[in-house]
Design a protein around this ligand. Structure first.
Ligand SMILES: [Ca+2]
Ligand SMILES: [Ca+2]
Length: 434
């Protein structure tokens, strides 16, 4: 008790002392609950697989800025599924360090800033590298991130350690490095160019089971995939907007050489009139593999994406082996209210590859795809309709609602045995940032 009193007194004294200067802690938090209902994710009505789940996430952060451009940011996170505790008297040991980094601005008067520690890496469209905030945990990297430039034009360079084989439960290393250039010198246009490198030391010599740890690291077994990309976008409140992105991948995957590409094109038009109606249309192409057992890997990988909602809110497709046109219409009747409807037509790019989950093709484990392609089963996966609504209630409480239906297409019908049925999904989320 005495100990607690001393700590409290010390904290209070520090706080009072600091309110006189600029060196104060800044606290921030976020509490989010999302109920999700999903039925027929297996596309078979004979097998019951409906779920109702509530995901809860709490984030609490403290930031402190010192003189001479030194900053510290720490964010704790508790992420849980309601009922995961198994009992009303049980506790989960799941509070984790989501972020913890220090930032040094212009060290030794050099023209760059350094951010070191656990941090999110998020760039551009987030199709290849994003926070993935929808996820109940969200992505964070242990990384060194260096940034040159100004608010108008920057170059980021980072090195991140995703897996370290010296940790008790991890076999083989995985490293992720990249350089990302962003320029807004020609507003309203934004130009981005990037190079990303993913290295994984696991054994990719065997296509069937690449995740299996092999013998010693052999360059002939490992994965190294380089991604070169360009993005040009024009963002405005009204009028014509567009977003064009193209990426090419090369490198090695065991004995295979990688040759893959992805394209994402979108144009939208927003009227300045009442309700601000906005119509958008786009097309996404991610290359697939023509022949699985040859010495070339042509499946485009979406690396570490914000893997939600790019190809439908139900997340039944990714940027890997896909060819998908889509369109959407949205309205903003008031500042605090927005709603819309989207349509996606999903098809495989190549019918010799596989149907990949929203996370896409990364290391080749069975968890990454729904179904392998089957000769003669066609390419059409199906189509999806999403409706969504977002309302900011009482300044701080964000209410989000969505309903979706996926209509199965030829591929699912021909690979599903006797049954192929549609799938439905919906969610209701409450989010407070404080
Ligand atoms: Ca079912
Ligand atoms: Ca191939």
């Amino acid at each position: 008790m005495r100990c607690v009193f001393i700590v409290m007194t010390a904290l209070f004294t520090t706080w009072v002392a600091n309110t006189n200067g600029q060196e104060v802690f800044k606290f921030s938090g976020e509490l989010r609950m999302r109920a999700e209902v999903r039925d027929n994710a297996d596309f078979n009505s004979d097998r019951l697989d409906g779920t109702v789940q509530v995901f809860q996430r709490l984030r609490f952060a403290a930031a402190r800025e010192f003189e001479h451009g030194l900053k510290v940011f720490v964010q704790l996170q508790d992420s849980r599924l309601w009922g995961e505790e198994g009992s009303s008297l049980n506790a989960l040991n799941n509070v984790d360090l989501h972020q913890a980094y220090l930032q040094i601005d212009k060290p030794a008067a050099l023209p760059f800033d350094i951010r070191l520690g656990r941090q999110p890496l998020s760039f551009g469209s987030e199709r290849l590298l994003g926070k993935y905030d929808w996820h109940n945990i969200g992505r964070a990297f242990n990384a060194l991130n260096v940034q040159w430039g100004s608010a108008q034009q920057q170059l980021n360079f980072w090195l991140a350690q995703v897996r370290d084989h010296t940790a008790p439960t991890v076999a083989r290393n995985q490293e992720f490095a990249g350089a990302y250039f962003t320029s807004q010198r020609l507003l309203p246009f934004t130009l981005e160019a990037y190079w990303l490198l993913l290295y994984d030391a696991r054994n990719f010599e065997s296509i069937a089971n690449p995740a299996t740890p092999g013998r010693q690291d052999e360059p002939s077994e490992t994965l190294d995939v380089h991604t070169l990309g360009l993005r040009l976008s024009r963002a405005r409140d009204r009028g014509l907007q567009f977003d064009f992105e193209g990426a090419y991948q090369f490198g090695g995957r065991g004995f295979q050489s990688i040759r893959a590409y992805g394209l994402a094109l979108e144009a939208s038009y927003t009227l300045a009139s009442k309700w601000r109606p906005s119509l958008r249309a786009g097309y996404v192409l991610g290359s697939g593999d023509e022949q699985v057992d040859d010495n070339r890997s042509e499946t485009f990988s979406n690396l570490f994406p914000n893997a939600h909602g790019f190809l439908g809110a139900m997340d039944y497709a990714s940027w890997s082996n896909i060819s998908a046109p889509y369109a959407g219409l949205s309205f903003v009747p008031k500042e605090k209210l927005a709603f819309g409807i989207d349509y996606y037509l999903l098809a495989l790019h190549n019918d010799h590859d596989a149907w990949y989950r929203a996370g896409g093709f990364n290391i080749g484990t069975p968890q990454e795809f729904y179904r392998k392609a089957v000769a003669g089963a066609g390419k059409r996966l199906g189509h999806e309709i999403d409706v969504h609504l977002d309302y900011l209630y009482r300044e701080r409480l964000d209410l989000k609602l969505g309903l979706s239906k996926f209509f199965v297409g030829e591929f699912i019908e021909k690979t599903g045995g006797l049954r192929a049925d549609d799938s439905v999904w919906g969610y209701f989320a409450l989010e407070v940032k404080f």
